[in-house]
Design a protein around this ligand. Structure first.
Ligand code: ZN
Length: 258
């Protein structure tokens, strides 16, 4: 069983939600963390029920604390940050992080490289989104629950060190790049010289960053195989695997005890 910690998609594209959820669960996906604007997240929950763990994507340079509150009060488990005008760790964003920390909700950060779409209106500085910024936030807000998406591609080493060192920082290998690196590269990170360094991989979460809600298409399947390959190669125990595949996400988003 897996919970996909990072997905997108338009829930209205599916005619029969019950059949769609059954098809995903048959393939191992028990639930998904859907990252979309608030209204789309709420629509998804309405149609797909507990298959959805909603996380609202906000415009962090325009949003205030009120928008954070609105997202969490309406049922989202967290908020997604991306494309900041200043580095993520900049003081201007602290009120947003402080409120999330108080609410016990999750801050999901896009970390690392961000693709370009045509001619961008707003400049993107990938330096603003590297894992070192998450380090600054975790030091300032140690209780803030953080999910570092995409393992800070290509600053993998930073992400490894920072998720290992901060108790509330989790990370995933979702997105189009990590999956293209050699299994043995990842194995070397998590099991140097073949010896599993469990504390360094314990807060990894399964995640794909693919689109869901496409009839008959299950783009997450290569990611299941990718994670399986890494965890098998490093000799992960069954309990470590279940933590990575679903346990961490349940814990992070406060779904245990529900
Ligand atoms: Zn994404």
């Amino acid at each position: 069983m897996y919970i996909d910690s990072h997905v997108h998609g338009d829930p209205s594209a599916i005619d029969d939600p019950r059949a769609y959820v059954a098809a995903c669960r048959e393939r191992g996906i028990e639930a998904i963390v859907l990252i979309e604007p608030l209204d789309r997240c709420l629509q998804a929950v309405e149609r797909f029920g507990d298959f959805i763990i909603p996380v609202a994507r906000i415009e962090m340079d325009a949003a205030g604390v009120g928008e954070i509150e609105r997202c969490i009060r309406s049922g989202c488990r967290g908020v997604k940050f991306i494309r900041p005008a200043a580095p993520y760790g900049d003081e201007r964003y602290w009120p947003l992080y402080a409120r999330l920390e108080e609410l016990g909700a999750v801050a999901v950060y896009h970390t690392g490289y961000l693709g370009t779409r045509g001619r961008e209106m707003r400049p993107v500085q990938i330096e603003h989104m590297r894992a070192a910024q998450i380090d600054a936030i975790a030091r300032r807000f140690p209780e803030l629950k953080i999910l570092m998406a995409h393992y800070s591609n290509p600053w993998w080493e930073e992400a490894w060190k920072i998720s290992w060192s901060h108790p509330n920082v989790y990370a995933d290998l979702s997105g189009g790049t990590a999956i293209h690196r050699a299994t043995r590269m990842w194995a070397e990170i998590f099991a140097p010289d073949g010896a599993l360094l469990e504390s360094s991989v314990r807060k990894l979460c399964f995640g794909s960053d693919v689109r869901y809600f496409q009839e008959g298409a299950f783009a997450f399947e290569p990611y299941i195989a990718f994670y399986d390959r890494i965890l098998d190669r490093i000799g992960a125990s069954e309990s470590l695997k279940s933590q990575v595949y679903w346990g961490n996400v349940r814990q992070l988003f406060g779904l245990d005890g529900e």
